[in-house]
Design a protein around this ligand. Sequence first.
Ligand SMILES: [Zn+2]
Length: 147
Amino acid sequence: MQYLSSKYLRIYCDGGELNRLEKLETISKIPYVQKYLHVCIYKPFNCGYCQKCRRTLLALDALNVLDSFRESFDIDYYNSHRQEYYNWIWGQHMNGDLQNEPVYQILSQRNDFHVSNNYKIKQRIVFFAKNHFSDRQKQLIKKMVKK
Ligand SMILES: [Zn+2]
């Protein structure tokens, strides 16, 4: 990427043939990355809650490298709220999200992978509403499901 490079700094694009999980697997072995990886789009630290933080934490979990990222993410919070993260990635899977599918395929094979029935019911109502109701009806259903 010559237009971004200078005499002393060369920037290049690499890994286009890899999916997100494969890219993360490649860089996750680098100690500097383990310490300073920043993916959050809202905070100057990794909040652990936004979509980018969630999918990265789940990917690190799928790669079995969570403990290597204790300096860049709150791994204890992730571990104590793992059920909510599993619910979320299951929802991504049910929505047909292909970007997180490789991570879902790994995590869903684990013995501890579980999605709460309450979450499944709420998501099924939302999926059904997407296909069968007007925008106004969808808004009302979303409000009801959040309660
Ligand atoms: Zn974040």
